[in-house]
Design a binder for this molecule. Structure first.
Ligand code: IDP
Length: 147
């Protein structure tokens, strides 16, 4: 097995991270990427995308029918999204811990959402970032955003 810098092998876990339109519009893309890199994860791929409804229907298929689904899709269509693939041992869990809980008002201080986000009185939580929640989701989401 090949050993890379940091001691990880080439099959280290990957995750799909999105800086959502609120994060891009607020000029927080660089700050957010820097925080993920500072935790020690490696950037593997990166692009600014104006998502299509097709991409979002695939990405959020698990949320169809929920009251926030349509506002969520509209929000994600409202501006460009920064899509990134990061790699590292337990990066899926590590990024979700760094991102903080879904609701930015109560996300723990020290997390991306807790430090940089808040409620805006809207139907959807504009919470700056998305991170895959399992290896299966990561594989699916990376193929959706980087096909
Ligand atoms: P996560 O992004 O913290 O994993 P999910 O439950 O996967 O949260 O929900 C996807 C996205 O949908 C959230 O990041 C948030 O933007 C939005 N969302 C989730 N639950 C609610 C809600 O109860 N009200 C409004 N928006 C929500």
């Amino acid at each position: 097995q090949e050993i890379a810098i940091g001691g990880e092998n080439v099959s280290a876990e990957r995750t799909l991270i999105l800086v959502k339109p609120d994060g891009v519009a607020r000029g927080l893309s660089g700050t957010i990427l820097a925080r993920v890199e500072a935790k020690g994860y490696s950037l593997v791929d990166l692009k600014l995308v104006h998502a299509t409804r097709e991409i979002l229907e695939a990405h959020y298929a698990g949320h169809v029918g929920k009251p926030f689904y349509e506002p969520l899709v509209e929000f994600m269509l409202s501006g460009p999204v920064l899509a990134a693939v990061f790699e590292g041992e337990r990066v899926i869990e590590g990024f979700r811990s760094l991102a903080g809980s879904t609701e930015p008002t109560t996300a723990a201080p020290g997390t991306i959402r807790g430090d940089l986000g808040r409620d805006w009185g809207l139907k959807v939580q504009q919470n700056l970032v998305h991170g895959s929640d399992s290896p299966e989701s990561a594989e699916k989401e990376i193929s959706i955003w980087f096909s």
